[in-house]
Design a protein around this ligand. Structure first.
Ligand code: NAD
Ligand code: DAU
Length: 358
């Protein structure tokens, strides 16, 4: 029986990971989800999980030492998986402050309190593990060729990426200095159910459904490597089980696409997936695509070399991009209330500030 402290579990990847844990282990786990419920946190993502007695939700910030202390005082935590972060690059370009607080200071608070409760003896005897969920963005940007490996130097280009790199360096320092049983995973762009619609894929789906323009930054040829979120969760489960302390593991989808290709795929799939009598089917078209000015510091290409996790832990991404995309679009079509509740809230103000009257 393992006790998991999942931070940021009400967000996109964290909630998918909690679903993954309950599907894998059912009753043999205790999951504590610590989440501040920022604009990106949504308790609805875990509606079907709240019924489990072995699931506890705590609303709180990872920077709040008293809350984190209390959790350790009252539970024998085995695994910490830190998803909690400010995660959107565009918001970090507008105001980096909160990014530094959560993504750097928050990580240090978690590490420090874990160090206090995980005594040197029980860290190893009881197989304690701290997994920091990081990103390929810490490596910077690639030209037309090459891939990021775990040995690639850190070279972040935007405040979000810099704050994640700061968090990673603290994690590494707690291994080098205190031999804390930490690991870092660095994944590429995730897509799938429960992703907040500020991110490219759900934003395009939402705009198509409401007949809004699709904003494309720059020439639309920036490349991302898309990873289906459940493949990612699967990799994280394996890293927790078999990963080695002090190690970094890259996780990639092996699905490099230009943004404009991704957008065209969504348009094409929606035209087929919307029921023939749905009036929205007609207005989903390439005419919605609108090129706008580029994101500041926009990284050109990300591409992950995921050979290490394949070789050492026998994980590889298994979801075909078109299949994952169809599944994702169908999920958004079946959960339009989920999307509507979000876009009618803080998102409307954000959208206006970000895209004006587009
Ligand atoms: P998200 O924005 O959807 O969710 C973040 C969650 O963290 C939310 O539930 C939010 O309420 C919570 N949170 C924010 N600040 C907090 C704080 N101070 N204390 C407690 N909870 C807090 O993010 P996501 O896309 O699910 O990303 C999860 C993690 O994965 C992040 O660390 C991100 O950097 C990393 N990541 C994401 C992607 C991606 O494509 N989405 C790719 C690589 C890495
Ligand atoms: O690579 C991993 C990272 O992927 C994570 O660390 C981040 O948390 C996550 O948000 C994501 O960052 P990106 O900036 O790559 O994702 P986003 O969905 O914001 O943008 C994907 C690409 O699409 C990027 O090149 C910018 C472009 N874009 C995005 C939006 C929102 C547009 O052209 N128009 C848009 O409106």
């Amino acid at each position: 029986m393992k006790t998991y402290l999942i931070t940021g579990g009400a967000g996109f990847i964290g909630s998918n990971f909690i679903h993954h844990l309950f599907e894998q282990y059912k009753k043999d786990i205790l999951v504590i989800n610590l989440d501040a419920l920022t604009y990106a946190g949504n308790i609805e993502n875990l509606r079907d999980i709240t019924k489990y007695e072995n699931y506890k939700f705590i609303k709180g910030c990872i920077c709040d030492k008293s809350i984190v202390n209390k959790i350790f005082e009252t539970h024998d935590i085995d695994y910490i998986v830190n998803f909690a972060a400010e995660s959107h690059v565009d918001r970090s370009v507008k105001d980096p402050t909160i990014f530094v607080k959560t993504n750097v200071l928050g990580v240090q608070v978690l590490l420090d309190i874990a160090k206090k409760y995980w005594t040197e003896e029980n860290r190893f005897k009881k197989d304690k593990k701290f997994l920091q969920i990081s990103t390929d963005e810490v490596y910077g940007s690639l030209g037309e060729v090459g891939f990021f490996t775990e040995k690639t130097s850190l070279d972040p280009h935007n405040p979000y990426a810099a704050s994640k790199a700061g968090g990673d360096l603290l994690v590494k320092a707690y291994y080098d200095t205190y031999k804390m049983p930490v690991m870092i995973s660095r994944c590429s762009n995730n897509y799938g159910p429960y992703q907040f619609p500020e991110k490219l894929i759900p934003l395009v789906i939402q705009n198509c459904l409401t007949g809004k323009k699709i904003p494309v930054y720059g020439d639309g040829k920036n490349i991302r490597d898309w990873l289906y979120v459940r493949d990612h969760c699967n990799a994280l489960g394996i890293i927790l089980e078999k990963g080695r302390a002090g190690e970094v593991y890259n996780i990639g989808g092996n699905n490099e696409r230009q943004n404009i290709e991704v957008i065209n795929t969504i348009i094409q799939f929606l035209q087929h997936l919307l029921p023939p009598r749905d009036i929205r089917r007609k207005r989903v078209s390439k005419e919605l695509i609108t090129y706008i000015s580029d994101r500041k510091g926009h990284d050109r290409r990300y591409a992950i070399n995921a050979e290490k996790i394949k070789r050492e832990l026998a994980w590889f991404s298994s979801t075909d991009f078109d299949e994952g995309m169809k599944h994702t679009i169908l999920w958004y079509l079946e959960n339009e209330n989920w999307l509507e509740n979000i876009v009618n809230g803080e998102y409307a103000t954000y959208y206006k500030k970000m895209y004006g009257n587009l």
